[in-house]
Design a protein around this ligand. Structure first.
Ligand code: ZN
Length: 235
């Protein structure tokens, strides 16, 4: 019987310097998915066999760090700016099997690149949200909330400033996710407000599940809000 590794190398090309390189990937049959958290975090049985660790590509030549959701477009002079900020020659560890620490580093670099590149708010929010998920797995609530608060900021910017026709996420999902972030950050009033926006949306049938999740979140946020208020009175 031949042994098949859970990992394989995928050949890819850096969109910044056009260097061809291999990046590690997980074979899907080794990834055991068993559910989804209320903020869409996929739950995997083994943290070391989680695709979240390999979401970010890091070019070993120029250091550019990005996800497949980054746009292929670089605004004028941004390529030069990125190349000046990167540290080539220090990236070899990202192409191997990743620890959570290495994964965190890849996300931090991707956020840094995304900010220089002026990626869409929703892309930057998504990087912070995934970092929050990794901190949740480590039960590091402080860092999780720090990342959630940044994800929230970029999602609210998306809602207020961006055109939905250009986004991969629809408005109902985004409103729900904003509500979830607020609730997880203990801002129950704003959570209730955004869940209500979802519930009041007259929408297409495929989002019924999200509306149901928003109803549950709305109920939970109200309970938590009441509990927080009564604990203040007791104190
Ligand atoms: Zn590169």
């Amino acid at each position: 019987m031949t042994y098949t590794s859970p990992y394989f190398n995928k050949n890819t090309t850096c969109p910044l310097c056009h260097h061809a390189y291999n990046t590690m990937r997980l074979r899907s049959r080794f990834v055991t998915f068993f559910g989804i958290d209320t903020d869409f975090m996929p739950l995997y049985q083994d943290i070391h066999l989680s695709p979240l660790l390999y979401y970010v590509h890091v070019c070993p030549n120029c250091g550019f760090s990005y996800s497949e959701e980054f746009s292929a477009y670089f605004p004028p002079k941004v390529k030069e700016k990125l190349l000046a900020h990167m540290k080539p020659g220090e990236e070899s560890t990202f192409g191997d099997i990743r620890t959570i620490e290495i994964a965190f580093e890849s996300y931090k670099r991707a956020i840094h690149c995304a900010l220089i590149k002026k990626e869409q708010n929703i892309i930057i929010g998504g990087l912070y949200l995934r970092m929050a998920w990794l901190y949740r797995l480590l039960q590091n609530e402080e860092e999780e909330k720090y990342c959630l608060s940044h994800a929230l900021k970029y999602y609210v910017n998306t809602y207020q400033l961006d055109h939905f026709s250009q986004l991969k996420m629809n408005e109902v999902r985004l409103l729900y996710l904003i509500g979830e972030c607020y609730r997880r950050l203990d801002n129950h009033k704003d959570a209730i407000l955004y869940y209500r926006k979802v519930i009041e949306t007259k929408t297409q049938s495929q989002e019924r599940k999200i509306i149901e999740m928003a109803r549950e979140g709305w109920y939970l946020a109200r309970q938590e809000y009441k509990a927080a208020k009564s604990s203040i009175v007791v104190d």
